[in-house]
Design a protein around this ligand. Structure first.
Ligand SMILES: Cc1cc2nc3c(=O)[nH]c(=O)nc-3n(C[C@H](O)[C@H](O)[C@H](O)COP(=O)(O)O)c2cc1C
Length: 427
């Protein structure tokens, strides 16, 4: 899938206005074995996206919203846009994180790592392993996702995940990428249910932490296996499942077929996480209403609208939710960039394979997603692409939002975000 790309409409500027009946709002909690996921919202695993910095960014996203009485637009001598708006600098540095923010406060009940190769994990050096499996205390509850095709290797990798302190381990049966499918991993396994059974048994025996599986409907429309697979997962003692309601052949095209989520939910008693095409709180409530799923899992909407979990929590509680202002967007993008720089700094003395990747590359990737929908966002993207260092990227962000606060930038929002630049597109 890498390089093919797909587009997601970003809806927070123009949300569909309709209220869901109270009884179909997103559940307050779901249990995966002993792990309480509250609220019942999950950040989907996304390769090249959901590393430790992004996950913590999502966990803390509710902090990056301006207070209601900030004097937006006030004119004063400024050192930064935040001061222009009457704000103190975002206290978000390596040490400044308020680790007491709970998943309930953040609105996101469960974080997931990007997928990690079980073969690689079992083989790789301790230091490199650390990079793939790094997480911080404020990420709990957190699951690690593995892919592979060999039951013993997956069992060994699951043991490593458990020893590292993850709250659960998840098996990827959805990745459509050729190099994964080629070695029978990811969605390749959807054509080999007996092998999946062996993997379920081996991993289940290897760990005591909750074990979940994430899969697609089947290889194609003629070969839908999700009901059988869900029953197998339940019979082998898995604690929950996530269904991305598309086939492998569908890739990311067309619409997720939510009716299959409803059928899977009817077929098993273990918790079912519904996934595919949730872009707004209304979508999340609609999925629960249509499928009865126990939790919603959100992927592509998160980097475009990192407030989505908080918005779902608000919508669930009150029937409406706040939209992000430009000041919120400024704080958000700055906070994320500062977090990337702090992580790069914190890991710079580690062995090469344990360090965080290039923060400037990540900033550019994120800017691609995040600035769509920001008025004049194309200009900011262009400026960020030109920048060479972290501080100069931050400088461009300051300049852009200062101009916005002064009313200089008046372009209409461009309404779609493109994931073409993602390092690897997979599920
Ligand atoms: C850039 C990108 C990387 C992904 N990587 C993974 C992955 O590592 N593991 C996985 O199970 N799914 C992966 N997915 C799929 C998502 O988890 C999710 O199933 C899919 O995007 C549909 O949900 P959404 O409509 O909310 O985005 C990835 C998706 C994207 C866009």
């Amino acid at each position: 899938m890498a390089g093919k790309g797909f587009t997601v409409k970003k809806e927070w500027d123009n949300p569909t206005e309709y209220a869901m009946p109270a009884e179909v709002r997103v559940p307050a909690q779901m249990r995966l074995g002993p792990v309480v996921v509250a609220p019942a919202t999950v950040l989907a695993p996304m390769a090249g996206v959901t590393d430790t910095v992004f996950r913590r960014f999502i966990r803390h996203a509710s902090l990056f919203t301006a207070s209601e009485n900030s004097p937006a637009g006030a004119k004063a001598p400024i050192d930064s846009v935040g001061e222009l708006y009457g704000l103190k600098p975002v206290p978000f540095t390596e040490t400044g994180i308020d680790a007491s923010v709970t998943n309930e406060k953040s609105g996101c009940g469960l974080l997931m790592t990007e997928f990690t190769s079980a073969d690689g994990l079992a083989r790789m050096r301790e230091t490199k392993r650390a990079r793939y499996l790094t997480f911080y205390d404020d990420e709990h509850p957190i699951g690690a996702q593995l892919f592979g095709a060999n039951p013993e290797t997956l069992a060994e990798a699951a043991r490593i995940v458990e020893e590292t302190g993850f709250d659960l381990v998840d098996l990827n049966l959805g990745c459509p990428a050729k190099r994964v499918v080629g070695s029978n991993g990811g969605s390749g396994l959807l054509r080999d249910l007996p092998r999946i059974g062996e993997i379920f048994r081996a991993v289940r025996k290897a760990v005591t932490i909750p074990f979940t599986v994430k899969f697609r409907l089947g290889w194609n429309d003629a070969d839908i296996v999700c009901l059988e697979l869900a029953r197998m997962a339940e019979a082998e003692g898995l604690n929950g499942l996530a269904l991305h309601a598309r086939t492998r052949e569908q890739g990311y095209s067309g619409q997720a077929q939510w009716h299959w989520i409803a059928q899977v939910k009817q077929a098993v008693k273990i918790p079912v996480m519904g996934n595919g095409d949730i872009r707004t709180p209304e979508d999340a409530a609609a999925m629960v209403a249509e499928t009865g799923c126990d939790a919603v899992m959100i992927g592509r909407a998160a980097p475009a609208n990192p407030w989505i979990f908080r918005q779902i929590a608000q919508y669930t509680a009150t029937g409406s939710y706040e939209r992000a202002t430009n000041l919120d967007r400024y704080r958000m993008i700055r906070a994320y960039f500062e977090m990337l720089l702090a992580e790069a700094e914190a890991t710079k003395d580690l062995p090469r394979d344990a360090r965080m990747g290039d923060p400037v590359g990540k900033m550019k990737q994120f800017a691609t997603w995040f600035t769509h929908g920001v008025p004049g966002g194309a200009k900011l993207r262009a400026a960020i692409y030109q920048a060479r260092t972290g501080p100069s990227v931050l400088g461009e962000v300051e300049r852009f939002f200062t101009a916005q606060a002064d009313g200089i930038v008046e372009e209409p929002a461009d309404g779609a975000m493109d994931f073409r630049e993602a390092a690897l597109v997979c599920d």
